[in-house]
Write a protein that binds this ligand. Structure first.
Ligand code: IMP
Ligand code: MG
Length: 185
């Protein structure tokens, strides 16, 4: 596999900008969830980097859990309206103050389906925290309570987001070179 620089057009959000914003989000969440039963639910795999930095920025007691989904009848980028749970949460969300942690909301289809599912499980409260919001591409409305950055309609990678599973480890968010990489779908 080539080095990531082969695919990098520009750095969109630097490591420092990410870390500053995540600290702010952590403080805001800590204020809002004081005295609550906060549980962070992370969608694998893209949300992992964000989750681990975010939880260190949250000062109130909380638990974490993970789930994985795949979309029906579409590739990794252009998701369909329906998602299939490939790995479910291990713990019950009943009576918990559930916060869904996502890397990016694009069409909104993934998170909209996951929210629908969670609502049937009777959490005490349910909110969404996304690092990136590609709002121009929204097809399905998603109520987002915490947003790191609203970004333009460009394919991005790094900090959890992959190009064919690689480069999730990069500490910044980069824009892909359109001449070097064709996003799925
Ligand atoms: P949705 O379209 O909101 O359902 O998002 C589906 C998934 O597409 C996200 O969870 C990401 O995994 C992926 N995705 C969307 N835009 C990008 C991008 O720019 N880079 C990498 N993955 C993306
Ligand atoms: Mg994803």
């Amino acid at each position: 596999m080539q080095d990531h620089t082969e695919f990098l057009q520009e750095v969109l959000i630097t490591e420092e900008e990410l870390q500053v914003r995540i600290k702010e989000l952590g403080e805001e969440i800590s204020r809002d969830y004081e005295g609550k039963e906060l549980m962070l639910a992370c969608i694998l795999r893209g949300g992992v980097m964000f989750l681990t930095d975010l939880m260190r920025a949250i000062s109130v007691p909380h638990t974490i859990d993970f789930m994985a989904v795949s979309s029906y009848g579409a590739g990794a980028r252009q998701s369909s309206g329906q998602v299939r749970i490939t790995l479910d949460l291990k713990t019950s969300v009943e009576d918990m103050d559930l916060l869904l942690v996502e890397d990016i909301i694009d069409s909104g289809n993934t998170v909209a389906s996951v929210l629908q599912l969670f609502e049937t499980r009777n959490p005490n409260s349910l909110r969404v925290c996304t690092l990136l919001d590609k709002s121009e591409r929204r097809e399905t409305y998603v109520p987002i309570h915490y947003t790191g950055f609203t970004i333009p309609n460009k394919f991005v990678f790094g900090y959890g987001l992959d190009l064919d599973e690689y480069y999730r480890d990069l500490p910044f968010i980069g824009v892909v070179r359109p001449d070097k990489y064709i996003p799925p779908d």
